[in-house]
Write a protein that binds this ligand. Structure first.
Ligand code: GN1
Ligand code: MG
Length: 349
């Protein structure tokens, strides 16, 4: 299939180098080098994204809007095929797309300094702010109820009754920890009915590898726009907290390594507020700490539900991987909750 895809973009198989990039759990990604030029090739996971045309719709909408209102913003859209297919090259095997590689840019996989966290947070805040003139109802929903915590909780309850009975029994302690923290779901239900909370153009996947940096380690723009949909700011801020606060990722098995780095929390808050302070209501500003709990808890729920459902969504490279990930996220949640008093005044300051 890949030779056909390369051909569609005018590349010759014999003079093209393909390297698989193992980043992300959902799409497949390759680095393509041909005639001294570099590109990024992706195959969209159409089990997860059931309507790739919705992604295309959103990207065109954002591209047009930015071109009109923020022409200086670096917006990376897929390249057209030689036959002029915009956004995707579609064959039986699926939807493929090719992105230009931005010269002098790089991504990182681990947040090592508060400056990196700050830069990333500025970028995600700027993304939402610059798109504040788009009516969120004009965006297509690429994954329905993606960050709807009530739905995720309901899916978890379904997994508890219909999932693998052996795994349910084994996961007793993790299930208990989820149930003990269910006030995070109640708080979310109150947010949904609170008019002070606004739906905005939200990225929904704010891990550090979705930010492009320049050679001086300044943020350039955000990438991976498949989950851009209407959402609450707690999704983007919360996923930064989930993935930047601890020096180790959701894959870490040595839970002693999971710690909360205070200065990274400050960096996320000040980077985001730099762009969004005039957009967020005073009520919303009280929910920065909650944002971290919200996203960490949701990810624990998603990993544990998937473990109970025999890894149908995320897959597993080893037996029990999704249980380890869920356990990791529950420890992270605990460590964050322990810091509530320390972080109480960060936003006000
Ligand atoms: C998935 O594929 P990736 O890594 O960009 C998931 C995110 C999770 C993340 C956890 C569409 O993102 O929501 O936070 O895994 N994306 C989808 O690693 O489910
Ligand atoms: Mg992603």
């Amino acid at each position: 299939m890949l030779p056909a895809v390369l051909n569609a973009y005018g590349f010759k198989e014999e003079s093209t180098k393909l390297e698989r990039i193992h980043a992300g759990l959902i799409n497949h990604t390759w680095k393509v080098t041909t005639k001294g030029e570099t590109y990024i090739l992706q195959k969209v996971n159409d089990v997860v994204f059931k309507h790739p045309e919705h992604i295309a719709h959103n990207i065109k909408l954002l591209a047009n809007y930015l071109q009109q209102h923020h022409p200086g913003y670096l917006f990376i859209a897929p390249l057209a095929t030689n036959e002029g297919n915009e956004m995707f090259y579609l064959i039986d095997e699926g939807h493929f797309r090719l992105f230009p590689f931005v010269p002098y840019s790089h991504t990182i996989n681990v947040v090592e300094t508060p400056e990196q966290a700050f830069e990333a947070s500025v970028q995600f805040g700027r993304f939402t702010r610059q798109l504040n003139g788009i009516a969120t109802s004009d965006l297509k929903v690429t994954i329905p109820f993606f960050h709807d915590l009530s739905l995720r909780y309901a899916q978890f309850q379904t997994a508890l009754s219909n999932g693998n009975p052996h795994r349910i029994k084994q996961s007793h302690a993790l299930i208990k920890a989820i149930l003990e923290n269910d006030e995070i779901v109640s708080a979310y239900n109150r947010i949904k009915s609170n008019p002070q909370f606004k739906l905005r153009v939200t990225h929904h996947d704010t891990k550090i590898s979705n930010v492009l940096f320049d050679d001086a380690d300044k943020g350039l723009c955000v990438i991976d726009l498949d989950t851009v949909m209407p959402g609450y700011f707690i999704s983007d801020v919360g996923d930064m907290m989930r993935t930047y606060l601890s020096p180790v990722s959701e894959e870490e098995k040595d839970f002693d390594e999971i710690v909360i780095r205070d200065d990274f929390y400050q960096a996320i808050v000040s980077g985001y507020l730099k762009e969004m302070k005039d957009e967020l209501s005073n009520t919303e500003k009280k929910y920065f700490f909650y944002a971290g709990k919200f996203m960490i808890y949701m990810q624990a729920l998603r990993f544990l539900s998937d473990h109970l459902n025999d890894d149908v969504y995320y897959g597993a490279a080893y037996e029990g991987q999704n249980a380890v990930r869920a356990n990791n996220q529950l420890i992270l949640l605990q460590r964050l909750i322990e810091k509530e008093n320390v972080f109480a005044n960060v936003v006000a300051d």
